[in-house]
Design a binder for this molecule. Sequence first.
Ligand code: SF4
Length: 145
Amino acid sequence: MSIEKEKVAISACIFGYPFRFDGKDKKNKEILDNLSKKYILIPICPEVLSGLSVPRKPCSVKGNVIFENESGEDKTHYFIKGAKRGLKILKSLGIKKVFLKEKSPSCGVNFVHFYIDKNSTQIKEGKGIFTKILIEEGFEVEGIE
Ligand code: SF4
């Protein structure tokens, strides 16, 4: 009798979809091979779900606000919309555990690109908006590169 693997979600760019702001992916075959021995992997991208385009201008986090780097424009509403849509999908699939790409303003778990001003960002400890919402909702979240 075979035991069914647990379904977990993973950042779509790590899975291999070219959904990053620069239109590229961050596929990590080693991580995918390891995780897929234990889990069924479901890709999810809150920024694509937000309605933002691919490619798009890079954004970074400051507190609970997401700024577009070059313009300093507040894009938080997009990120919240995408995170809520992602949450709904994960709940509907009965997923409880999620592997997310570090440093993203949506998916960062331990580190994010922190907005300093229009001309500069820094990598600092922090969480992306999607991660924060998932943790509040009781999901187990792990950061991956
Ligand atoms: Fe990858 Fe998350 Fe950024 Fe989407 S929002 S491209 S899944 S890091």
